[in-house]
Design a protein around this ligand. Structure first.
Ligand code: ATP
Ligand code: MG
Length: 166
């Protein structure tokens, strides 16, 4: 049997806040015992009402926030054991597409620059190779090379979501 790409076991995330010095601590049980398994090539959707913990689950999986409890296995490895270098490497293959794409796109950068930035951060390719990869990816998401010189405000909501996916 193939190994799962992602395995989430009893994932729990509680947010605690203390509004005032003498007030009682408040606990939001954002995620409470989530289990899921994703095999290579599979698509899994998490559906639920607003505020039920979908984004929090995703953030924990990427370790953008630390889970309160539970385990996350990515490609056979427990991500809790990853150091910064390993986490950075794993994040090349784990991406978050933001709900509000406009808020996640830098308004001062062209789409071409925005798409090249992660390649620079991860030290991938020469300038020419990065350019080629950016031109490929923009077409995969259904936009064209001409769009690379434009800025985020010059796109429709749907097109911005495509840029987020790219
Ligand atoms: N950083 C935080 N501090 C405190 N509470 C938080 C924090 N982030 C999320 N929450 C709370 O945790 C719960 C789950 O939030 P989450 O963003 O995961 O919901 P969601 O399922 O993605 O909702 P939506 O469909 O509206 O995007 C909510 O009650 C939210 O108010
Ligand atoms: Mg959400």
């Amino acid at each position: 049997m193939t190994q799962p790409l992602l395995e989430v076991k009893s994932l729990t995330k509680h947010f605690t806040s203390k509004p005032g010095l003498f007030s009682k601590e408040k606990v939001v049980r954002a995620v409470d015992g989530v289990n899921l398994t994703v095999y290579p090539g599979e698509t899994v959707s998490i559906v639920g009402e607003s505020g039920c913990g979908k984004s929090t689950t995703g953030r924990c999986i990427l370790r953008l926030i630390e889970p309160t409890d539970g385990e996350i296995w990515f490609d056979g490895k427990n991500i809790r054991d990853f150091n910064e270098t390993e986490l950075r490497k794993a994040r090349r293959n784990m991406q978050l597409v933001f709900q509000d794409p406009f808020a996640s796109l830098n308004p001062r950068k062209s789409v071409g620059q925005i798409l090249e930035d992660p390649l620079i951060v991860h030290g991938i390719g020469t300038a020419a190779e990065r350019r080629k990869q950016v031109e490929e990816i923009i077409e995969i998401v259904g936009l064209t090379k001409q769009h690379l010189n434009r800025f985020p405000h010059e796109f429709s909501g749907g097109q911005r979501q495509r840029i987020g996916i790219a």
